[in-house]
Design a protein around this ligand. Structure first.
Ligand code: KG4
Ligand code: ZN
Length: 359
């Protein structure tokens, strides 16, 4: 099976082509093309993503990336737009959560392709290439399927990105129970806001972790660890962000590397502790970790140490670094599992849902 996937939920325009072969109960993923065009440079000067600019860029970039993806995936030799149908079995597209004007660009592009690429009458009774709507957060979870052995069910997933921080229980494919989530800011949002307070660039996560590495003194718990012992699986990062703000106000000469270090440590302590609490409560076989924040080196090593020491029987699947940020490869993996389960969507039913939740 070949899946074409499209992702435009935020400031990355992404298109991927994934080939999947099933042999004797084992799956082989062959990523034929993984096109990601980041708009960071455009949004950087505004200190965050501007939805209308993102929409305009997606519109401009999608046809360019499609051409490149189909060429690289050797799905079509002589590309012209609109084009004859390449050999794809389904088109997967992110329909939420995210910025609605940005999501609509990907959705409309996908619908347009489905209309232009009718399935040949020989292979079916006519109709369009089937569409699969994908939740962006499912994508962050399923990024872990692309490399190494697949995670086993039941599994716990920690998603930490710019818009979300969630612990999710999955008993089987495409089945999600949210155990807890942030009540205010997401972890990545806190990284971005604290970076701005420290005069660092956007996105803030990589900037903070780079600066924190320059601070060699062990931390002294300068900032609070919100809700760390709340007994549930919810998070809250807004108070931590405000604590940094007040500290900077009262200590304008404070060492910025020390603040970056302390803030990063506080955030990671909460993420690791809550994840460990959930692992203790739910008897899972695997822990899956994904989303932009999980590119953080310290978070990756802290989680892996914690699992090795306290949960040696649980297999840990952290998204490969190159799939932590937004991409369409992860959307293609979900697209495959949904297509296999015949979970297609009628084009008119796919609508952008900015606040879409896992269910
Ligand atoms: O998943 P993602 O690319 O987009 C969303 O779905 O939101 O996540 C982006 C977020 C940003 O807030 C960014 O600052 C954060 O991920 N991030 C990091 C790191 N790299 C990216 N946060 C902490 N440490 C990093 N190394
Ligand atoms: Zn994301």
């Amino acid at each position: 099976m070949k899946i074409l996937a499209i992702e435009t939920s935020c400031d990355e325009t992404a298109i991927a082509v994934l080939e999947i072969s099933e042999k004797q109960n084992s799956l082989k993923f062959n990523l034929l093309s993984n096109q990601v065009l980041s708009q960071i440079k455009i949004h950087k000067k505004f200190g965050g993503v501007v939805p209308n600019l993102a929409m305009r860029e997606h519109r401009k970039n999608l046809p360019i990336l499609l051409k490149e993806a189909l060429r690289e995936g050797e799905l079509i030799s002589n590309f012209q737009f609109p084009i004859s149908k390449p050999k794809v079995d389904a088109i997967a597209v992110t329909y939420g959560p995210g910025l609605e004007p940005a999501l609509w660009e990907g959705i409309n592009f996908a619908k347009d392709l489905a209309k232009k690429w009718p399935v040949s009458p020989r292979r079916s009774r006519g109709g369009q290439v089937p569409l699969v709507g994908v939740n962006h957060l499912e994508g962050h979870i399923y990024a872990s399927w692309l490399e190494n052995a697949p995670p086993k069910f039941p599994l716990l997933a920690l998603i930490a990105s710019g818009g979300h921080t969630e612990l999710v229980l999955m008993k089987k494919h495409l089945n999600y129970k949210i155990l807890g989530e942030t009540r205010d800011d997401a972890a990545g949002e806190a990284f971005d806001k604290v970076a701005r307070m420290l005069g660092l660039g956007y996105p803030g996560g990589p900037e903070i972790s780079k600066l924190a590495e320059r601070w060699k003194t062990p931390g002294n718990g300068l900032f609070p660890r919100p809700m760390i012992n709340s007994g549930d699986f919810d998070f809250s990062f807004s108070g931590l962000k405000t604590a940094v703000l007040y500290y900077l106000r009262d200590n304008p000469r404070a060492n910025k590397a020390a603040i970056a270090y302390e803030f990063q440590q506080a955030t990671i302590d909460v993420l690791v502790k809550k994840t460990a609490d959930a692992l203790r409560k739910y008897k899972v076989k695997s822990l899956v970790v994904g989303g932009g924040v999980t590119a953080n080196k310290l978070l990756r090593s802290s989680l892996s140490n914690r699992v090795a020491t306290s949960f040696p029987k649980i297999s840990l699947h952290v998204s490969p670094l190159w799939l932590c940020g937004d991409n369409a490869a992860m959307i293609a993996v979900v697209g495959y599992f949904k297509a296999r389960a015949k979970k297609f969507s009628k084009p008119e039913k796919i609508k952008a849902q900015g606040n879409l939740r896992l269910s």
